[in-house]
Design a protein around this ligand. Structure first.
Ligand code: C5P
Length: 343
């Protein structure tokens, strides 16, 4: 009989939290799109989310250390300040995430949300590829098949309805072909950074004793610095004109907070499960948010593509978790027991 370990529990709790966080984020973003409000600067939102994430992690490390400020400072000094080489490793994923988060906002200015979501599913495959190359993870044939099925399924789920296509045609006629290609290029680049940065972070987390919260403080420090650099390069004038927090309505603050909490949940999912399973959780949340959107917000009508995509995503999820070796392992188990009896 399988014994459920503490790590198993953490894995399922973190995955459930990711589905919940991602579903609410998607719904809120959908809702915020229907509101008319002053525009906020996306690069500042990324910096704010990183900063809040770092602060939450500091509180978590303080709680882990018996709520002692002295111990908190000692841990931060020993784990971050006194290990510059180890800390600097986090500059790579953090720099990539800073570029990725900005690339995605950039892509959304040139592509419509559906095309963006469909093409961004490529990250499921880049993540699997990086897991094989960098972590030597073995992925069986049926799992590769299910990953392709998942990518196609999510693409179908996010495929635009006829009304959206109508809207898209108008947008497309406004945007030049070059702009759209640029947007698409940005999504492709973001798919690659997503796979690489996620797996790189997983490698760092799983090959050392340093706590996941300390790793996140390191990530958030670099993330805030890189993010500020991007604000300085691209939005300096706008910030100087109307301030860093211009357009920050309550909804924007909630989105920023959800983004910060999302980063923490993703880190725990990467620690207790892995990046590939994270892909399944976020795919399921896209499905859930569409269903909730249909029943509660009434701003979504499922198309045939949506139903087909749902079947693909659910089948892929079960197929990935299906243990082909279950039969083999039970045969092995019987042989092992027989061996013991003979001895
Ligand atoms: O699309 P993808 O799954 O690659 O997005 C990961 C997101 O999670 C990025 O926005 C990144 O900034 C965030 N993240 C984080 N903290 C981590 C790992 C990822 O904030 N430890």
């Amino acid at each position: 009989m399988r014994i459920t370990t503490k790590k198993d529990n953490r894995k399922w709790i973190s995955l459930a939290a990711l589905v919940l966080q991602n579903t609410s984020l998607v719904l809120l973003l959908r809702y915020s799109r229907t509101m008319k409000a002053e525009r906020y600067i996306s690069s500042t939102a990324i910096v704010t989310a990183e900063f809040i994430k770092g602060l939450i992690c500091i509180v978590l490390v303080w709680l882990e250390n018996d709520r002692s400020i002295n111990r908190l400072f000692r841990v931060i000094h020993e784990e971050i300040y006194a290990k510059p080489y180890d800390t600097s490793k986090l500059a790579i994923p953090s720099g990539l995430y800073a570029i990725q988060n900005n690339l995605l906002f950039f892509a959304l200015s040139y592509l419509n949300a559906a095309t963006y979501q469909v093409s961004y599913q490529l990250k499921i495959l880049t993540t699997a590829l990086c897991s094989v190359l960098m972590l030597k993870k073995s992925i069986e044939k049926h799992q590769w098949f299910s990953l392709c099925m998942l990518a196609i399924g999510v693409a179908f789920v996010t495929w635009p309805s006829p009304e959206e296509v109508q809207k898209r045609t108008t947008i497309q006629s406004q945007a030049t072909w070059l702009q759209q290609s640029t947007g698409f290029g940005a999504v492709l680049l973001a798919s690659m950074t997503s796979g690489f940065a996620g797996v790189y972070f997983e490698k760092i987390l799983k090959t050392g004793p340093t706590s996941v919260w300390i790793r996140n403080i390191q990530l958030a420090c670099f993330g805030t610095l890189f993010g500020l650099l991007i604000v300085f390069c691209f939005d300096y004038k706008a910030v100087m004109d109307k301030g860093f927090f211009q357009g920050y309505s309550t909804v924007v603050w909630i989105v920023v907070l959800l983004q910060a909490i999302g980063g923490l949940i993703i880190a725990t999912v990467i620690k207790y499960a892995d990046n590939i399973i994270k892909g399944f959780a976020t795919s399921l949340s896209i499905l859930f948010s569409s269903v909730i959107s249909y029943f509660i917000l009434h701003d979504f009508t499922p198309s045939l593509f949506f139903y087909m995509g749902t079947v693909f995503v659910l089948t892929a999820t079960f197929l990935y978790g299906w243990e082909k070796n279950k039969v083999t392992s039970s045969v092995n188990e019987q042989a092992r027991i027989q061996n013991i009896l003979i001895k």
